[in-house]
Write a protein that binds this ligand. Sequence first.
Ligand code: NAD
Length: 345
Amino acid sequence: MEGLTALVTGGAGFVGANLVREALRQGCARVVVVDNLLSSERENLAADPRVDFVLGSIADDSVLGELEDEFDCVFHLATYHGNQSSIADPLADHDNNLITTLKLYERLTGFRRPRKVVYAASGCTLAPHTFDRAEATIEDGPVPLELDSPYQISKVVGEFYSVYYHTQHGLPTVRARFQNVYGPGEILGAGEWRGTPATVWRNVTPTFVYRALKRLSLTVENGGSATRDFIYVDDIVRGLILCATTGQPGDVYNLASGVETSILDLATLVNQLTGNPAPIDFRPRRDWDRSGKRFGSTEKAKRALGFEAHVALREGVRRTIDWTREHLPLIDRCVQKHAARIPLV
Ligand SMILES: NC(=O)c1ccc[n+]([C@@H]2O[C@H](COP(=O)([O-])OP(=O)(O)OC[C@H]3O[C@@H](n4cnc5c(N)ncnc54)[C@H](O)[C@@H]3O)[C@@H](O)[C@H]2O)c1
């Protein structure tokens, strides 16, 4: 990234802010971040003179019009976070997770400079709906028509547009298909209320860690039998940068650990590492979620990009616990923003 100029949409978010920090560490000359802070906090973004922050939507014509053809690489991470918010408000998902991609790509077709446009795709869109044994999801697996949420539909359409704009317009898009990312920098309650308690309880790992540090019970649905492929955020950031440097335009790569972990095992690990004595609170299955067990195949990314996840779950969770402890005042403040709308314990 030495000397390069990058555009990061959604760059104040969890993954985006980590990516910006690493790009700066690797010598990026300038990073322009466009973010409307729907699910993030301005203070999550590195305070560095090389970062220019544009507060606004990447679907906004005036924001797009101000962008100049100066970017060596573009990372398109903006999204309407996440599945449950999109079910509560599909139109908001469309405005911030789908039309965003189309309008950004239309603008970028007029640019000559970008060598790569990396799209943050989601492994959940291709995962088979099974509560039996999962097979590793491969990059070229079939895309099911039956998806669980508008979020997933938008993420898949984003992939369709990535392929289309590459084929028709030569836009050098590379799709990075993530599994479940966790780690420092994911702030519960960050941004604006998005219609459901998932505004606060974003993803399972930060929720478990925060609740365990507060000595609250961890809620586990369906016996905790669902499995996910948890990948530490530093690994995802390394994978995104490899997609930008080494990825083939038009291609897609899983960024996965390849390790399947059950939600019950994750809850047990978090309780153990934090010394949380509260018993696990077992609940029935969430009705919208039919994706029981899943993990990603790591073979193609390893072969083509030399990418492998380095941080094992135990170590990654330990680091996430340390970061959460250190940032409790910020996280508490963001969680409390929504206290009037949902009971928080
Ligand atoms: N975190 C995961 O486990 C995971 C898994 C698969 C894919 N992804 C993808 O990775 C990307 C980053 O996810 P994250 O976990 O950092 O989420 P996040 O919510 O922390 O970040 C998304 C960012 O996009 C911003 N945003 C929303 N609408 C926007 C708009 N119209 N214009 C500009 N910015 C806008 C939000 O304010 C936020 O800062 C997303 O595209 C997401 O779909 C994440």
